[in-house]
Design a protein around this ligand. Structure first.
Ligand SMILES: [Zn+2]
Length: 403
């Protein structure tokens, strides 16, 4: 209101100066604005808006009117926002203070129809606004159990603006997935992470870093003694077999879609008896294995059908010395499900599979003590607890991605 008043005053002073020259010639003073000469003024300040990084506050505080003055104030404003000719927001508001900031950075065309008393038709005004907010980060939560997933969403990215993330609990080179001014990152908390306080540092190019405190809660994993046929152990767990396996993983996990290939939660690939849980440590024939179990072992009779946990693309289907008949399915945004020790494989590398589609059968191939499926999920450098993906609430997050 105050700025509105000042603008009117300024207008008046300029007007007075203009007419000073004719003051002494006794020419009649110009009348006050009439219907024909009535022209509301709209003025913008700077169009850079910096918002908090913790919430999504633009609806509450990011008002376009923070930098806009309409004088005189109309009694009613019809508003249309559009981007590339498509309407993105439309409303009738009582005054300029009810105009929200467009919900995306970049160019938005604004059309205002200003209604004034005693004016037969509304005054039309068209202009563009191009807000440029600092990147805003959201995190799904700040306290995690080992095996869970930190999900980070970034908004208001400029074209080509780079993002980096680093968590003090796990040295990963995580891949962000960009889509139309939004980016998503999944940052795992590996099962080996000790309880404690950590820090997640997020940086958008040319902007200040943001540090988010992350707490990892304790989780006790039960040790499991495993007795394996010494011959199987000696032939399947060799330098060669590990090298072959890791080379296959490197190759099959390099390509991933930038949007999820799925909607909703994942499902168990079969209805089996859980013999080893996620994160369990093991001794193999009395010797500590030195690693934690990367997923679920689900025991079932040889020949039991195994289905795809979720829609995705088969990135590998073949035989490995270590894991026997193996399948890797990619689900987009860096999520891979993996299936080991299978008997039959009924899909091929490159195939698109639907959730629940049969991909093969239970076996005991590779380093295995009996018929079972080893099922695990890999994201950005670590195996995460499959439970995270079997729970529906995880995917409320993915719904925030543009469709
Ligand atoms: Zn296993």
């Amino acid at each position: 209101m105050k700025r509105g008043f000042l603008t009117i005053l300024l207008f008046f002073l300029i007007g007075s100066a203009w007419f000073t020259g004719s003051w002494n010639t006794e020419k009649p003073v110009e009348p006050r604005p009439t219907i024909e000469t009535f022209r509301p003024m709209i003025h913008f300040g700077r169009t850079r808006f910096v918002l908090s990084s913790e919430t999504r506050p633009w609806k509450e505080v990011g008002l376009l009117s923070n930098s806009m003055i309409i004088s005189p104030e109309p009694t009613l404003i019809e508003v249309t926002y559009s981007r590339k000719g498509e309407t993105t927001w439309q409303s009738i508001v009582a005054n300029a203070s009810h105009l929200p900031l467009p919900d995306q950075d970049g160019i938005t065309e604004v059309k205002l129809s200003l209604h004034y008393p005693n004016q037969a038709a509304p005054m039309e005004s068209r202009f563009i606004v191009a807000p440029c907010r600092d990147v805003q980060f959201q995190v799904n939560k700040i306290s995690f159990a080992p095996g869970e997933l930190v999900m980070i969403r970034a908004e208001y990215l400029e074209i080509g603006q780079l993002l980096t993330a680093s968590g003090s609990w796990f040295d990963s080179d995580p891949q962000w997935f960009h889509h139309d001014g939004i980016a998503l990152l999944l940052y795992p908390i590996p099962s080996s992470t000790q309880e404690g306080n950590y820090q997640l540092t997020l940086t958008a190019q040319n902007e200040q870093s943001i540090n988010i405190p992350i707490t990892v809660t304790p989780r006790n994993f039960v040790m499991q003694p495993l007795i394996v046929d010494p011959d199987v152990n000696a032939t399947t767990r060799t330098d060669n077999s590990y090298e072959e396996f890791h080379a296959m993983l490197m190759e099959s996990r390099t390509v991933t879609e930038s949007l999820p290939l799925f909607e909703g939660s994942f499902q168990l690939p079969l209805d089996g008896r859980m013999t080893t849980e996620y994160g369990q440590g093991r001794t193999i024939n009395g010797v500590p294995s030195g690693s934690r179990h990367s997923g679920y072992d689900l025991a079932a009779p040889t020949g039991t059908d195994i289905s795809a946990t979720q829609k995705g693309k088969v990135r590998f289907a073949g035989e490995m010395i270590l894991t026997g008949n193996t399948i890797i399915i990619e689900h987009g945004i860096g999520i891979f499900s993996q299936y080991y020790h299978m008997d039959d494989l009924s899909v091929e590398t490159g195939e698109l599979v639907q959730q629940g589609e049969i991909i093969g059968t239970v076996g005991s191939t590779g380093f295995s003590t009996g018929p079972h499926l080893h099922f695990c999920i890999y994201v950005n450098g670590a195996y995460v607890d499959p439970a995270v993906f079997l729970e529906g609430s995880t995917f409320e997050w993915f719904q925030l991605l543009p469709q």
